[in-house]
Design a protein around this ligand. Structure first.
Ligand code: NFS
Length: 624
């Protein structure tokens, strides 16, 4: 906690950590401290729990599990299981959005398809007959293809991969025999290959890992991101303000949290009704503030300029203000500690997805296949959230004053447009004005001082004329640090400064939620095509300074598969070469985790095969 208090870049965080502690309440920081020391087998990925004979732990004394499994097999199995859990999460997200499109197309869900351009663009790319069809019909046909990409069982390729991936990569993946069928098939196969008595060849499991990473990228990331654009439109850049200070003591403060922004769209519609606005006033509030957490937050910032507040490990700090009347959550990254703290501060929690139940929360789920009560439920949610204001404990409120300017809402198309065409951006790279482009993404980690790795690395990159694109929790850190605004120009090198001036873009471009890393990937692909250079030879980098969720494994691997090297803040769950064991260490070589897996992903194996590898560096200055 002390280290976080010293190093965390956002002054608001310090205020809140001290307040929550003074209130006698705990956060992840206290629980992280009481978990020390963490299990060394778990940290190295050398514990096997894939059958009920175990758990088996690999050490010098017992180098194999009871079944005979080696360290390499165990380590790679743990990694792939984390990867496919993340794949399942994004898959479930994609499922909700795609089925919502189907519901709207069939006239069963009361929403309007706002992404006309994306519908036409996708229909053309997928080779659909466009003439004499309504937008709804076309969207319905696209949704059917996206469903197939999620669920296909036969030996056909993912359609979105065929449409979007560069030919050089498709040829490579075909040669490596790692073209995926669908999200569902590859999750099934990954779990099958790693269960007791299945595959014992770590290289074959690594092959399935690469196949699953491609399913993750094209079926669930592209699937979710494009489907959300069909439903709610392609974002355009917009100015807004972010950070904890956007909450107001005399307003109803509602935070929205999760990843799939369908129910919340409806709730926003209801909150804007005059009768709900009046209800807030009847209870003595001057108005209603909406603030975003995690990826639902970044989705709403991108589309409507709704202010964001914070990320996964900031969610408890936000509740600790004592000013949050209600949090409406959909799916993923909602930590149990938030509800514990919500009970301490009298914050109401409303859950809207059957996959994310929380005991004690009000539950009004959205199911795109049972949408009959959607409007009614959204109205109840809006009303319940506003009514919570009257019960607020007013003795415990402290809202940090920080409010930060931001310029967000970047999509692939809007970035290209801002630069006046892909040619101009390519020219900036060619003539060296821009030294490179980094995508800095991913969660927060309790293993580093909160948000410090994200902000420290990015400030260095800006100084060195590297343009940064960001999503998810990293983007919250960078937004709150003021880096997603043209005002950050003073921190930039001369090249980037000139670019900010000429094109009126911020040096760090927030491109949405984590599924929208596809927007960055599309930009990388477009630049590659324009310059006639393979992605692996371009100055691009994937940076995950504070990985946390199982979903992050696939994020890094999605870029790695395309030839973009990864830089991660610490080794787990992909073990990469660790510092040499201390002389005389009784653990000997075992200190390094799995040498074969580490050498493949962090060394020449991946470099020779994919043209990219994984670097690990916990110290942000060195990482930059
Ligand atoms: Ni991404 Fe979004 Fe954040 Fe990590 Fe979670 S919010 S999908 S997983 S914690 S960046």
């Amino acid at each position: 906690k002390n280290e976080v208090l010293q190093k965390t870049p956002n002054p608001a965080t310090k205020v809140l950590i001290e307040k929550i502690t003074a209130d006698g309440n705990e956060t992840y920081l206290d629980r992280f401290a009481s978990q020390q020391p963490q299990c060394s087998f778990g940290l190295k990925g050398t514990c096997c729990r894939m059958c009920q004979w175990g758990p088996c732990r690999i050490s010098e004394k017992s180098p194999r599990g009871i079944c005979g499994r080696s360290q390499d097999e165990i380590v790679i199995s743990n990694i792939i299981r984390a990867l496919v859990s993340g794949l399942a999460a994004h898959g479930r997200h994609a499922h909700e959005i795609i089925y919502t499109i189907k519901g709207v197309a069939e006239g069963k869900i009361n929403l309007k398809l706002k992404g006309t351009d994306r519908i036409i663009d996708m229909a053309e790319k997928l080779g659909l007959e466009i003439n004499n069809k309504t937008l709804e019909e076309l969207a319905g046909e696209i949704a059917d293809i996206l469903v197939e990409d999620l669920s296909r069982m036969n030996n056909q390729n993912i359609r979105l991969l065929e449409v979007f991936a560069p030919q050089e990569r498709k040829d490579l993946w075909s040669k490596l025999d790692i073209l995926p069928r669908s999200a569902a098939y590859e999750v099934m196969e990954a779990l099958h290959m790693t269960t007791l008595g299945s595959c014992t060849d770590w290289k074959a499991i690594a092959g399935q890992e690469k196949r699953s990473a491609l399913a993750y990228c094209y079926s669930t990331l592209f699937g979710s991101s494009l489907a959300t654009e069909i439903l709610f439109g392609v974002p355009e850049p917009k100015e807004t303000e972010v950070n904890y200070g956007i909450m107001k003591e005399d307003h109803v403060n509602i935070l929205v949290h999760g990843h799939s922004p369908v129910m919340i769209e409806k709730v926003l519609e209801k909150i804007n009704l005059p009768e709900i606005q009046q209800l807030a006033k009847d209870y003595g509030a001057k108005g209603i503030v909406i603030g975003g957490l995690c990826c639902t937050g970044t989705e709403l910032l991108a589309r409507y300029g709704i202010p964001t507040v914070t990320n996964i490990l900031g969610q408890e700090f936000a509740i600790g203000t004592g000013a949050v009347d209600c949090v409406v959550v959909d799916m993923q990254c909602v930590i149990p500690g938030m509800k514990i703290l919500a009970d301490c501060y009298g914050t109401k929690i409303i859950t809207t997805c059957n996959s994310n139940r929380i005991p004690g929360a009000v539950h009004l789920p959205f199911d795109p296949e049972k949408p009959e009560t959607l409007d009614e439920d959204a109205y109840i949610i809006a009303k319940t959230a506003v009514e919570a204001y009257k019960d607020r404990d007013r003795s415990k409120i402290k809202i940090p004053k920080e409010i930060t300017k931001a310029y967000g809402g970047w999509s692939f198309e809007s970035i290209v447009k801002a630069f006046g065409g892909i040619k101009n951006l390519a020219k900036l790279l060619k003539d060296g004005t821009l030294k490179g482009i980094a995508t800095v993404v991913g969660c927060n980690s309790p293993k580093v001082a909160y948000e410090s790795n994200h902000v420290t690395i990015v400030k260095k990159l800006l100084e060195w004329d590297v343009l940064v694109l960001t999503t998810g929790c990293s983007s919250h850190a960078l937004l709150n640090a003021g880096l997603c605004s043209q005002e950050a120009s003073e921190l930039c090198g001369n090249g980037l400064k000139a670019i900010i001036e000429q094109y009126n873009v911020p040096p760090v471009m927030a491109v949405g939620g984590c599924v929208d890393n596809t927007r960055t990937l599309r930009l990388f692909m477009a630049l590659t095509e324009e310059m006639g250079i393979a992605i692996k030879d371009m100055p691009f980098m994937f940076v995950g300074p504070e990985p946390g969720n199982e979903k992050t494994v696939g994020q890094g691997l999605s870029f790695l598969m395309h030839g973009v090297s990864n830089l991660v803040g610490f080794p787990a769950p992909i073990p990469v070469p660790m510092p040499k064991p201390v002389k005389g260490s009784t653990d000997g070589e075992m200190e390094r985790g799995s040498n074969n897996i580490a050498d493949y992903f962090g060394g020449n194996g991946a470099l020779e095969e994919l043209g990219a590898k994984i670097y690990t560096e916990p110290y942000p200055e060195l990482a930059a």
